[in-house]
Design a protein around this ligand. Sequence first.
Ligand code: ATP
Ligand code: MG
Length: 571
Amino acid sequence: MSDAANPNTPAGENTPEKPLDFIRQIVADSIAAGTHNGRVQTRFPPEPNGYLHIGHAKSICLNFGLAKEFGGKCNLRFDDTNPTTEDTEYVESIQDDIRWLGFQWDGLYYASDYFEQLYRWAEELIEKGLAYVDSQSAEEMSRGRGTPSTAGVDSPYRSRKVDENLDLFRRMRKGEFTDGTHVLRAKMDMASPHFMMRDPVLYRIRHAHHHRTKDAWCIYPMYDYAHGQSDSIEQVTHSICTLEFETHRPLYDWFIDKLGIFPSHQYEFARLNLTYTVMSKRKLLELVQAKMVSGWDDPRMPTLRGLRRRGYTPEALRNFCGTIGVTRYNGLTDMVVFENALRDHLNKIAQRRMAVLRPVKVLIENYPEGQTEELDAVNNPEDPSAGSRKVPFGRELYIEREDFEETPPKGFFRLSPGKEVRLRWAYFIKCTGVEKDAAGNVTLIRATYDPATRGGDAPDGRKVKATIHWVSAEKAMDAEVRLYDHLCRIEDLSQVPEGEDWKSYLNPKSLETISNAKLEPSLSAAQTGTPVQFERLGYFTPDSVDHKPGKPVFNRSVTLKDTWAKVQKKG
Ligand code: ATP
Ligand code: MG
């Protein structure tokens, strides 16, 4: 496909060398066959009842990606047919999140824009004898549906005459009946082996305020009745949804066929599931409402809001979606794959800084009192254009508590009495002793430095086995640092036994707050949305909500991998 080489295609999506996934193959084939005159029109159809999550990003990358790659168009359509769960708050956040992810829709539509047209089509189906008003209770209706192995039975109202149906349906619209008294059903086949085809409900009465149509309607169309026709109105050529809608496809086709309208077609792909997290708006809402997270944008949430606040970049998300590809196999993607997409991107763009999360003080006894100096530190070894910065060095420093062991176990190469290590970008230091409090905790490490090793190498060629990071005690900036772990403590939440509360499988240690981290002073210029690497500790970003001048708060976006392997190689 030459269109796939479109230079605007975000990195990570299909490139000409990569074989097309099955959806892209379908689209390529339909263009080649001249179906819909070779036109490609897709849509992303969120229901505005929550914030978008990483699963939605997969669908966004696919729908918008197809339009971009094949020279087509992609609409954003709000599937707003459930007045009681939907809100303009969500409508706005969804638009904002899609733009942040790097996509722009062609048309912006709402299923509620089509309520009048959908209603007229319903009357048309009634007139054709293909729909009827059923006045059974919900329970009776569900009993009448039968089971997958036994046929359903016809409703006693199924034989109502067209005129009676029309009259009742019009009065339903006028608001003459209370919720639940009548529904409009399609007259399909109560014995169909496709459960979905056993006279599905098209309209139900719901006296509820809608966030857009206000109080204009008290009957609302069901998903299956609204979705395909909305696609058809927008002349969507490829209506792409997740596999659980495969069983709905006969309905989708039935309405389009019976109404004789534009033949949109539905294709299904596997939804994204990630280990150690939850991926359903309903469950995410539960967490927000139970205040088990700070909100939809809590950095532990798999929402685009949360990931963005955590420090995920749109590039990393798009690359991830490109990596996992599009299949019809419902699997579970390892969270590591997702985290690696972020590491790969941040490794290229994030500047390196030094920060100490659990500080212990080091006193360099032979460093002149009152003296400080500025040492050169490379900003990003992966990107020479990122240049370098100065880091202040002095007689008193902080190092990581865990980089010191008074009695080092075998294989511990960092600081311990009598041992020498390199301070990153600075000098070799050797530990000469420690001071402790009454409880035996080390309160001060005494050391000497070798002035000849300035910059990090010994002129006599002697080696050290470890390089550790540090921060000047005098110039350090105090900060709060938030470390995150998986939201769930089990890999696959779908394995939670029936009847158990899935929330009891949340990870109680998903957030650790460090209130007195010590940061190198250049981090006072850190900006929200610009992640940095704290050497040896991971990638961090200022928190978009709580970070303030004079009160810095950093989120760890993701840890580094192979931390120790790297450190030991440098020695
Ligand atoms: P949830 O199950 O999380 O509530 P949803 O499917 O109800 O999500 P919608 O707003 O209806 O959410 O979804 C909009 C589009 O995003 C749909 O086309 C849906 O198939 C797709 N989508 C939702 N979740 C995923 C996922 N995990 N992976 C891929 N696509 C998804
Ligand atoms: Mg949905």
